[in-house]
Ligand binder design. Sequence first.
Ligand SMILES: Nc1ncnc2c1ncn2[C@@H]1O[C@H](COP(=O)(O)OP(=O)(O)OP(=O)(O)O)[C@@H](O)[C@H]1O
Ligand SMILES: [Mg+2]
Length: 499
Amino acid sequence: MSAEKLIELKNCTMDFPGVRALDHVDFTLISGECHGLVGENGAGKSTLSKCIIGDNHMTEGELFVLGKKISIPNYSVRESQKLGIAIVHQEFQLMNDLSGLENIFLGRYETKGVFVDWKALEKRGNEIMEFLECDIDLSLPVKRLRTAEKQIVQLAKAILDNPKVLILDELTAVLQERDIKNIFRIINLLKAKGMGIIYISHRLDEIFQCCDSYTVLCDGKYINSGLVKDIDKNELIKMIIGRELKNVYPPKETNFGETILEVRNLTAPKAFKNISFDVKAGEVVGIAGLLGAGKTELLHAIMGNHKIESGQIIYKGKEVHIKNPREAVKLGFGIVPDERRMLGLNMQFDIKDNTTLPSIDNFTKHRIFIDHEKAAKAAFDENEKLNLKYTSLWDSVKKLSGGNQQKIVVAKWMLRNCDVFLLDEPTRGIDIGAKFEIYTLIHDLAEQGKAVVLVSPELDELIGLCNRVYIMFEGNMMGMVQGKDINQETIITNLLGEK
Ligand SMILES: Nc1ncnc2c1ncn2[C@@H]1O[C@H](COP(=O)(O)OP(=O)(O)OP(=O)(O)O)[C@@H](O)[C@H]1O
Ligand SMILES: [Mg+2]
C-alpha cells in the first residue's frame, strides 16, 4: 500500500480575539502513520486539530483532505466526518445520562422502519468492545463509568465508521499503563488498515513508543517535524521548551511533624474496604493503584463526597465526621480532583475568580467587601508560578487550553492555606516544563509542614516525590513502601495484586 497524503495544512493561521493561536503552521499527515503532535500547554495542538475537523475556521491558509482543497467558509464538523475524519477530544464530549451504547451511536442509530434497531446496535457495540479488548458495560449511563472507561467509549464512537483520519487529543492522559499499552495495540491495528493518526500527548515516552513522525509547535508557531527514529527524548524536550531540562525532582523533605491525617479501616461499598493510612506534617504520601483500585473514591470519601460505611477519619488527633466538601474545606482540606471540568472549575467564571474562590476570605475589606485588587494580584502571582498562558485574568477559563485549565485547579488550592492537600493526578495534561513547577510546589508545601496525599498513574512521579507510597488494588490496601523500597519493581508487584 503506497502512502498517500491524508491531510495537508499550509500556512495555517488561527486568530481568536486577542490571541493568535496558530501562526502560519504547516502540517502533513500520511496514511498508515501515527504522527505525534507535541508542544507546551497552549501551543496550539487542540486548535490545529479543530481546524482539521472544521470546528475552527482558520483565518488564513489552506487545508487539503485526501488531496482535495477544502473551502474553509463552508467547512464544518459534519463535512469533515463525511470525508472520514474522526476525533477524540481532549475534554469529554459524552452525554452523561445516556448509556455507553447510546453515546457511541448518537446521531448514527440504525433503524428498522421507524424504530431504532437496538439488537443490531448492541451487536455492533459488543463487536467494537471486543476489538478494543475492553470489558465495559455499555448499558450503564455514562456518568456511572470511570474516567478511563468514558475515554474508551469516546474512542469506540470515533472509530465506529472506520475513519481515514483519527485525531487522539490526549486520549491517554486519563489512562493507566496497562490501558495505554492496549491503545498502542489498537493504533497499530488501525495503522495497518491505512488509517492516519494524529497523536497528541504530553507523555513524551508515548511518542517514542507509538509514533512514526512528530511535529512540534511552540506558542502557535511551527518548530520542527520529522521522523521519531531520528531524534531522542532530550532533543524533543529541547524543541518543545526551548531549553534543556535539568534536575527534575526537588529533594525530598525529611523533617516531619505530627500526624495530621489518619484514616482507619475506612470502607465504602463497591469502592474500597478497610483502608488505613496516615500522613504527617511535611510528608508527601503517594497512593498508587490501577484503574478501579478505589484511589479517587478514597480521596472523595475523605472530603465528604463519597458515602462511607464504616471506619474513622482522624484529623489533628480528633475524629471527624465530614458530611460534605464545604465542611472539609473549612477544616483545612483542599483537593485537586481528577475531573477538572466537572469538579475543579466553574466554567462560567473568569480566571481570577476561579483561582481565588476557595481563599476568598483572605481577600475581604472590612470583612464584607471583596478586595478585588488584592485577589487579582494573588491570582496573578500564583498563576505566574505555573507559567499560565492567558490573555487577561478576566477572561473566562473556557478560553484556556486544557492544560492551562488544569494549572488553575492546582493554583487555586495552593493559594488557600490548607493543612492537607489531596492531589488526584495533578499533572494530568500538563506540559513537561510546567510539571516540574508543580513538583516544586508540592515540595514547597511539604517544606511548609503541610500534609500531601498524591495520587498519580505515573510511577516516576510517585518515586520522585513521595516519602512513602501506599498501594491499592481493587479496593484493598496491598501494602506500603518507603525509602529504598520505593522503586518500580516493588510498586508494580503490589499494584498487580501479586503480593
Ligand atoms: N475559543 C477560544 N477563544 C480564545 N482563545 C482560545 C480559544 N481556544 C483556544 N484559545 C487559545 O489558543 C491557544 C492555543 O490553545 P490550544 O487549546 O490549541 O492549546 P494546546 O496546545 O491544545 O494546549 P494543551 O496542551 O494545554 O491542551 C491558547 O492560548 C488558548 O488560550
Ligand atoms: Mg489541547
